[in-house]
Design a protein around this ligand. Structure first.
Ligand SMILES: Cc1cc2nc3c(=O)[nH]c(=O)nc-3n(C[C@H](O)[C@H](O)[C@H](O)COP(=O)(O)OP(=O)(O)OC[C@H]3O[C@@H](n4cnc5c(N)ncnc54)[C@H](O)[C@@H]3O)c2cc1C
Length: 291
């Protein structure tokens, strides 16, 4: 079964809902994911994505989980692919394999370095930037529909917003069809980013990435890694209830719900949920958004 390109879904004009999974480390994790994903069929996400572990460490597991979600559960699946750890010949072979299995959408990234390594170094004979991977994939299979990452609060390594926007523009010019943003908690940050992108000639859909907070410690770790800021109001609410996980989850869901309502009402092309393989938050958000 050949997937439809996500760009076609965007052209319907209705806001798309997508969910992100990560490939679990063991069989028990895969079984948990299978159950979560089966429960999530109820809310009919337009597509789901599967991350590619830091340093290319999950190559086979990403492929396995993507196949499970596509063949067994019938989702339109967008596997992620990164430059890290692969030479260009290997990337060509990976592209052929993904295409051969009927996938037509890829989230195309440079990738984070492997655990314990702080600085990105391109692999010998490999690529330095996601824009180069976009070009490679489009050259190899022009019918791939490619998403790329965007950073409303600037990529942590970029020396300035302008340099980062040039990098995003290069990815779109190389053939990317849409942008999914890094997580953020203040919609004003997203709206400003979209405005800057448009002024920079970036015209493709820019999908906001939303992460419902599940714990203060976890979100502090994520935001420190990706450079997203945690609004003071949200931080204070989470601090006040940190010892009560159920309440923290409720606060996180409430916040995400407010963000999504406002984003969709303001014309965002949809929203991408970083759900960390849990069905609960996505189901609760869908229920909260039901008209
Ligand atoms: C939606 C989303 C999904 C993600 N999924 C994964 C995943 O599955 N696996 C994973 O390992 N990581 C993932 N990441 C994290 C991502 O890999 C990291 O943020 C990584 O550090 C940068 O990847 P990129 O594709 O944005 O890189 P790039 O677009 O290549 O940018 C990397 C840096 O280089 C700079 N740059 C780019 N081109 C140029 C140029 N020509 N000249 C000068 N500077 C340039 C950019 O400004 C930026 O600072 C994801 C991020 C997002 C937003």
């Amino acid at each position: 079964m050949i997937d439809r390109p996500i760009s076609e879904l965007f052209s319907s004009g209705r806001p798309l809902r997508s969910l992100e999974f990560f490939p679990p480390k063991d069989d028990a994790g895969v079984e948990h994911l299978r159950q979560a994903a089966a429960a999530l069929r109820k809310i009919s996400p337009d597509f789901v994505s599967v991350t590619y572990g830091a340093g290319g460490s999950t190559r086979e597991r990403t492929a396995r989980v993507s196949a499970l979600l596509k063949r067994e559960l019938g989702f339109t699946v967008m596997p992620h692919l990164t430059c890290v750890g692969h030479g260009t010949e290997e990337l060509d072979a990976l592209a052929d394999r993904i295409h051969g299995e009927g996938f037509r959408n890829i989230m195309t990234l440079r990738g984070d370095p492997p655990k314990g390594v702080t600085h990105f170094e391109p692999t010998a004979g490999g690529l330095r930037y996601a824009s180069e991977l976009v070009a490679l994939l489009k050259r190899r299979h022009p019918d791939f529909c490619l998403g790329v990452g965007g950073y409303p609060e600037k990529h942590p390594e970029a020396p300035s917003e302008a340099v980062d926007l040039d990098a995003l523009r290069a990815k779109v010019d190389a053939g990317a069809s849409f942008v999914t943003t890094q997580l953020f908690f203040d919609n004003a940050v997203y709206f400003r980013f979209v405005e800057r992108c448009r002024a920079h000639g970036i015209q493709v859909p820019i999908v906001p990435g939303i992460m419902p907070v599940l714990s203060l410690r976890q979100i502090q770790r994520f935001t420190a890694l990706c450079g997203a800021s945690l609004p003071t109001t949200l931080r204070r609410r989470l601090e006040a209830t940190d010892d009560q996980p159920d309440v923290v989850e409720m606060i996180g869901l409430d916040w995400a719900l407010d963000q999504i309502r406002d984003l969709v009402a303001s014309g965002a092309p949809g929203y991408h949920l970083y759900i960390l393989n849990r069905a609960r938050s996505a189901l609760a958000l869908a229920a909260g958004l039901a008209a």
